[in-house]
Design a protein around this ligand. Sequence first.
Ligand SMILES: C[S@@+](CC[C@H](N)C(=O)[O-])C[C@H]1O[C@@H](n2cnc3c(N)ncnc32)[C@H](O)[C@@H]1O
Length: 315
Amino acid sequence: MKNKVDCHPHIPVLLDETVSQLITKLDGVYVDCTVGFGGHAIEILSNIDRNGKLIGFDYDPYALEYSKTRLEKLNSNFELFLSNYSEIKKNLKLLNIDNVDGILFDLGISSYQVDSGYKGLSYQVDSPLDMQLSLRAGANLRDILHNSTELEIANIIYKYGEERGSRRIAKSISKYVKKNKMETNRDLVESIKEIVPDRFLNKTLSRVFQAFRIKVNNELDNMVNAINDAIDILKPEGRLAVITFHSIEDRLIKNIFRDFSNGKESIVREMGFNFPRKCKKIVRRITKKPICPTWDQIKANKRCRSAKLRIVEKI
Ligand SMILES: C[S@@+](CC[C@H](N)C(=O)[O-])C[C@H]1O[C@@H](n2cnc3c(N)ncnc32)[C@H](O)[C@@H]1O
C-alpha cells in the first residue's frame, strides 16, 4: 500500500492499518465521515478502482477545500460535502445511495485546526471564546460559560475532560465570569493558571479545552447517532472503522460495537446515550482489541500516541 503522508497540514494516523481493513471491494462505495486534510481519503481513493467511489464529509471549509484540490489530482470518482457527519443519511440520499461498502470516522480534530488557533481550539493561541465547529448556530463557549452555574461547568470538565480538579477549576472560571473577565482564550487560560501548578498546567489545559470542545459541538451525541446510522447503511460484509483519541470516545465505540455484535444494549444507555433504534445483532467485530500505533509511528508523530482503531463488519 502506498504511503502519502508527505508534508500536509495533518499526518494521518494508523493509515495503512485502517485503509487495508476498510476496503473489501475495489469497486465499492466508501464514506470518509471526517475527511480533514484528506490523508485517509486519498489513500482510499488510491486503493479502489475506477468503478469505486469515495464520499467525504467535513464541517471545516478550509480542510475540505484543501482535500478537494488534493483529491482532484487523482482525477477519481469522489464527492465531498461541507456537512456535519450527523447528516450522513441525508447527504447519501442526495446521491441516490442507500447502502455503502465501508465507512470511516477519524474522530476529533486535526493538528492544523489546533495549532492554527482555528475557532479558538488552542490554549496557546488567543482568540474569542468560540469552539463552534458545526455550521448550524448553537451556543459558543463564551455563552456556555456565561450561562452555566459553577456546578454545571464542573460537570462538563469532569464528564468530557476526565479532569479530577474540575470543581476547583470551575470555581475559578466562575469567578472570572462574575468579574466580566471571561471573553477570550487567554482569560480562560489565566483562570486555570491561577489554581493549577505549572508542572500540571499543559495537561490540565488540554483536558479542559477538550471538554469544552466536546460540549460546544455536542460531539458525543452526534457520534453515537452517526455510528448508529453508519451501521444501518452498511451493506452486508461492509466495514465500519473508527479511530478515537481519548478514552470517553473509545469506551463508547467499544460498547456500541459490543452491543451490536451481541444484539443487546448494555452500558451505552447507562452512560447517558440513546440508541436511536432497537439494537440487533448485526455486526461482527473484526478487532476484539483496538489497534494502536507502533512505537515507530509514535516517534514519528507524537500526537498519534492515544489513537485506537476499532473495526466491525456488517453481517
Ligand atoms: C482527525 S481529523 C481527520 C483527519 C483526516 N483523516 C486526515 O487524514 O487528514 C478529524 C476531522 O473531522 C472533522 N469533524 C469532526 N467532527 C465532525 C462532524 N461532526 N462532522 C463533520 N466533520 C467533523 C474535523 O473538522 C476534522 O477535520
